[in-house]
Design a protein around this ligand. Structure first.
Ligand SMILES: [Mg+2]
Length: 412
């Protein structure tokens, strides 16, 4: 089987969302996705990465990942390049699963579970306004989640109070205000629901420590990104200042950035974003790395609709998954307009996708949307920056010098 085309689809309604379809001569099509700066990712796929795998065997997922990552790493990996690799990797796993007639988790070692607990990130879309209601009556939000069987939630109580000082100082009265939602939740439902916070990397270290210590009486599930993950030593100091676990971080890219936070103990909970950090292949490795340090992962979401299916494959096959992020406002509000079936969250759990491959398909009508931008590449190109067999060889006289030296060394 050979890859024949790489197709991207993005839509004006969600300018960060991009779907990637990998077509093969066998008729099997793999679906991938990523989120943020979709037009930049589109350029990365068609101008750089896609042509390197056109004409190749889609089954060689690990080899393709290495080829693409080496090209990206030459200019400092990360950003749109790694998001492009993540989406292509996801699509290749979808093809492998469909060809094998198995869900991807079966190819990653098989199921260690058939469902994983989800927590709801309080978002706003359509009729669901958890992200605003959390400030008006957090107890009611918690009760409505428990009514659906959802026993975990996440909110961002310090986002607004960071604005005045750009995160350089937390005023005591602001800090008191930010404790309001979790205090109300504990009054109304007690410990029935786990409550995490996400600070979106807005604070300096002394402010982060003050916030973490102020929340301790309310037993948060974790604090996420009180600091931007620039410095694992600063994160370790934050972790050592509080008994609340510190979660790091959706913005770390690849196993190499995660390694510093896992090995130093700075991350007590690891939160890889599958669509940003390198795809299914890379999160599989990050989960194993974390497991060696007896640290759980909690995959990141709040992206496009395909991500939950890709993360489900990791959640079913990796033993050290703690919980899965879910955003009911997004999932119920608009995911169903793009994919089928719906995200399999029921009774507070994400269930194992049943279909072969990644578990969902793009709705055909997405192509007919007036705001859809569709681009297709079908011309292969050689990679020069790879240590694999497609490496560009040196001129013959230099190769002869090298061969002669090797022969001489063996003769010695
Ligand atoms: Mg976050």
């Amino acid at each position: 089987m050979k890859i024949t085309q790489i197709e991207t689809i993005r839509v004006g309604e969600f300018p960060d969302l991009i779907f990637v379809l990998v077509h093969t001569d066998g008729g099997v099509v793999g679906l991938g996705e990523t989120w943020y700066a979709a037009s930049t990712v589109e350029a990365a796929i068609h101008d750089h990465f896609g042509p390197l795998i056109i004409g190749r065997d889609p089954a060689e997922i690990e080899g393709h990942w290495q080829t693409l990552f080496k090209l990206s790493d030459h200019a400092g990996f990360g950003g749109a390049e790694t998001r492009a690799i993540s989406a292509l990797d996801m699509a290749l796993w979808d093809i492998k699963g469909k060809v094998s007639r198995l869900p991807v988790y079966e190819l990653l070692g098989g199921a260690v579970r058939t469902k994983i607990r989800v927590y709801n990130t309080c978002g706003v879309y359509g009729e669901i306004d958890d992200g605003w209601a959390i400030y008006r009556d957090a107890g009611e939000v918690a009760k409505s989640l428990l009514d659906e069987g959802i026993t975990g939630m996440k909110h961002s109580p310090t986002d607004y109070i960071a604005r005045d000082t750009d995160g350089q100082f937390v005023h005591p009265e602001d800090l008191e205000w930010s404790l309001g939602p979790i205090r109300r939740i504990r009054e109304v439902v007690g410990d029935e629901i786990s409550v995490a916070t996400d600070a979106h990397a807005k604070w300096n270290l002394p402010s982060a420590i003050r916030i973490a210590q102020a929340f301790e009486p309310y037993d948060p599930m974790w604090h996420e990104e009180l600091l931007s993950p620039f410095n694992e030593v600063a994160h370790l100091r934050l972790q050592e200042s509080t008994k609340t676990p510190i979660a790091v971080a959706e913005r770390l890219v690849s196993r190499y950035e995660h390694r510093r936070f896992i090995e130093s103990g700075a991350a007590r909970i690891v939160m890889p974003d599958l669509e940003w950090t390198g795809g299914i292949s890379e999160v599989h490795k990050i989960a194993i790395l974390a497991s060696a340090h007896q640290v759980p992962i909690a995959p990141h979401d709040c992206l496009g609709p395909v991500n939950m299916f890709a993360c489900a494959q990791i959640c079913m096959s990796s033993q050290n998954v703690m919980v899965m992020e879910y955003n009911r406002a997004m999932a119920k509000g608009w995911y169903g307009r793009f994919i089928t079936p719906d995200v399999p969250v029921r009774d507070g759990f994400l269930h194992a996708p049943e279909a072969a491959g990644i578990g969902c398909e793009l709705r055909p009508e997405v192509r007919d949307r007036p705001d859809a931008v569709i681009r297709v590449s079908d011309e292969p190109r050689e990679a020069w920056l790879t240590s694999r067999k497609r490496y560009t060889y040196p001129p013959p006289d230099i190769q002869e010098m090298l061969d002669a030296r090797r022969k001489g060394a063996r003769d010695d």
